[in-house]
Design a protein around this ligand. Structure first.
Ligand code: C2E
Ligand code: CA
Ligand code: CA
Length: 274
């Protein structure tokens, strides 16, 4: 399609219309073919000693016609269209290549957290494919964490348990992403052996201002501690939020205050030990 026409139509179509959806499918296809996806990495920082413990890999899409497209939009669409399989495989490959690059630059004790969509979990052979990628690249499985939302976990519990256990036997950690935003947070912890929880940004946002949010976050942290789970709070933007999370004993944090997601070259420059 003529790019000008495509640009015009996507702006004109209502967000959830079929036409809008068709355009997004085309944008994602083009982006996969023409290397318009890229990865950025956001630091995960220990509250105990402010050390760098790892990065979360986050996907970006820059279309030459439409400009920046938010992951919230293209990931959701790619899940619905099935394109997340190809995109997810590319994300695995690129973030592991970049992890190897970080190791070569002396980042020894860090782990890479990778987001996995429920669609990826239940189609194909995610375990075999991922493990063979790790082998090919010479990356120890202990250096990788997979982040899955609650929705992913509740969809096909029996199948999910087997996949998680296979990963965990090899040393790959399984984390619950956006903890607290789904409908099954507590029963999840009962069903699965989880390695860690990410507290969603929506709870951290008002932790300093809203008593209920403070209570929820402190309860989740206390629960994680009692259950022996790792815990990371995301979306930390202010010193006050950091201080509160520190006092509550939250193990690690992630957010603009500590570092924004950035390209690998910038990450290497910014975070290399002097
Ligand atoms: P998420 O997994 O909850 O990732 C954290 C999101 O919070 C990221 O948004 C990150 O840029 C943003 N963030 C981190 N710290 C702060 C902060 O201090 N303030 C604010 N306002 N935002 C902060 P992003 O990169 O836009 O990604 C949105 C979502 O898209 C992710 O949420 C994740 O669910 C999904 N996503 C991104 N990359 C991938 C991917 O490679 N695969 C899959 N399956 N999903 C992905
Ligand atoms: Ca995540
Ligand atoms: Ca989140």
């Amino acid at each position: 399609m003529n790019p000008k026409l495509l640009a015009k139509t996507i702006e004109d179509e209502p967000r959830n219309s079929t036409a809008h959806s068709n355009k997004l499918t085309q944008i994602i296809d083009d982006a996969l073919k023409n290397r318009q996806f890229s990865m950025v990495y956001q630091p995960l920082i220990s509250t105990q000693d402010s050390s760098l413990i790892g990065f979360e890999a986050l996907c970006r899409c820059q279309s030459p016609i439409f400009g920046f497209i938010s992951p919230d939009e293209f990931i959701q669409h790619a899940e619905a269209s099935g394109q997340i399989i190809d995109l997810g495989n590319w994300v695995f490959q690129q973030s592991l290549l970049d992890l190897r690059r970080l190791k070569q630059h002396g980042f020894d004790n860090i782990r890479m957290s990778i987001n996995v969509s429920p669609v990826q979990l239940f189609s194909g052979n995610i375990f075999e494919d991922f493990m063979s990628l790790l082998m090919q690249l010479g990356i120890p499985p202990e250096h990788v964490k997979l982040e899955l939302t609650e929705t992913a976990m509740v969809r096909k519990p029996e199948q999910a348990i087997l996949i998680f256990e296979a990963f965990q036997r090899e040393g790959v950690q399984i984390w619950v992403d956006d903890f607290g935003t789904g409908f099954a947070s507590l029963s999840l912890l009962q069903k699965y052996k989880i390695d860690g929880l990410k507290i969603d940004r929506s709870f951290v946002d008002h932790i300093a201002l809203n008593n209920d949010d403070f209570t929820l976050v402190s309860a989740v942290i206390a629960m994680a501690q009692r259950l022996g789970l790792h815990i990371i709070a995301e979306g930390v933007e202010t010193d006050t939020q950091l201080q509160i999370l520190n006092q509550l004993g939250c193990e690690a944090v992630q957010g603009y205050l500590l570092g924004r997601p950035a390209r690998i070259e910038k990450i290497i420059k910014q975070w290399s030990k002097p």
